[in-house]
Design a protein around this ligand. Structure first.
Ligand code: FA5
Length: 352
């Protein structure tokens, strides 16, 4: 076979392989095979040395022509493959604008967050500040500064997780009162609410959780009277349970308030006639409160002959249970999405 024939055959073979290449990768392989450093064409060029001198120019020219032809074919095929790939991509990514959209499922606010936000709105509107305290607290602020010295029997009202003799998990949000008063160096007015988690060694059941939430309120200024407390609590009850709610105060005992009262709200379900929510009494117990004990004021550096105040502490868990008819407090802490979805606003897919 003449040299020309041999080269023509090589060119033909390369063209067939270029034609067969279905993707850029395969085309690249063909290129390497023929034109690469160790490729067929490069090999031929090396063989040129063995030819008689006079034949070399013609041979070189022929090989070059074949190389160029292969290069051109590869380039043309590359453009074709790119076009095909682009067309396939365009076809795949076609958007059917007539298809119905996929619904984005929105989350819902936790019922305790809702109660907290409602109350924060109310109290910020009344000029209160929101203050947060420590969940790991000292015995001093949790008890002693609140008129509960060591071995005071009323400590039994709040069964406590102790970390050491002096450090504990706070049993209520009242230590934030003591800390805030102390920071103000005996100068009023003080108007704060303190939301947060608290802990008690209560066995978990439908109405008790070892971790639950409280919101504390505290006002200390000159001339604060029981009637100020009553008016504030009325606003609170109406914000949470409806504009036509009444409250009633019953005598109670807390070491840090004197006098102390339990606060009941008229039943929002039966409007006071008696039902299963209010246990047929027409009233629901919602929080503890009272006038700040002079000892608490004095321990924090406030002159109790000049300043007086009121405080209250409520449990949003129990409030949310009442408000939304939740039968077990443990639902709040088990993160079951089915439970939380019930609190979705209607516009986000919740039930009316
Ligand atoms: C107190 O904790 C007082 N610090 C409240 C207070 C503040 C009174 C300021 C006066 C002045 P008490 O122990 O009653 O009070 O708890 C308050 C609320 O926490 C209760 O009404 C109840 O709603 C809630 N609570 C108490 N124990 C639990 C529990 N184990 N699980 C869920 N909620 C609880």
């Amino acid at each position: 076979m003449s040299l020309q024939e041999k080269l023509a055959e090589l060119r033909q073979e390369a063209l067939v392989r270029i034609n067969e290449a279905k993707a850029e990768r395969a085309l690249q392989d063909v290129k390497v095979n023929y034109l690469g450093k160790k490729g067929v064409i490069t090999g031929l060029m090396k063989e040129m040395k063995e030819l008689p001198k006079e034949e070399r120019p013609e041979f070189g020219q022929l090989v070059n022509e074949v190389r160029k032809a292969i290069e051109q074919e590869i380039e043309a095929k590359k453009v074709l493959l790119e076009e095909e790939a682009l067309n396939a991509q365009l076809e795949n990514e076609t958007i059917d604008v007539t298809l119905p959209g996929r619904k984005v499922s929105l989350g819902a606010k936790h019922p305790l967050t809702k109660i907290n936000e409602d109350l924060e709105d109310l109290f910020i509107g009344l000029g209160y500040e929101i203050v947060e305290g420590y969940e790991v607290e000292s015995d001093y602020y949790n008890f002693e500064a609140l008129n509960l010295p060591k071995s005071h029997p009323a400590r039994d009202m709040q069964d406590t997780f102790y970390i050491s003799e002096e450090i504990l998990m706070r049993t209520h949000t009242s230590p934030v009162q003591a800390r805030t008063l102390e920071k103000r160096n005996g100068v009023g007015p003080v108007k704060i609410i303190c939301p947060g988690k608290v802990y008690r060694r209560d066995s978990d059941d439908a109405t008790h959780s070892h971790q639950f939430t409280q919101i504390e309120g505290l006002v200390v200024a000159e001339n604060i009277k029981m009637s100020d407390l009553k008016g504030t609590l009325e606003l609170l009850a109406r914000k949470l349970f409806g504009a036509d709610r009444e409250i009633r105060l019953r005598p109670s005992f807390f070491p840090f308030t004197e006098p102390s009262v339990e606060v009941d709200v008229s039943c929002f379900k039966c409007k006071g006639h008696g039902c299963n929510v209010c246990k047929q009494t027409g009233w629901i117990e919602v929080l503890g409160s009272g006038m700040v004990h002079p000892n608490v004021l004095e321990m924090a550096g406030f002159d109790s002959s000049k300043y007086s105040g009121f405080a209250f502490g409520l449990g949003p868990d129990r409030m949310a249970m009442l408000k939304y008819g939740i039968e077990d407090i443990r639902h709040f802490y088990t993160n079951d999405v089915r439970f939380l979805e019930q609190f979705k606003p209607v516009e986000d897919g919740g039930e009316a």
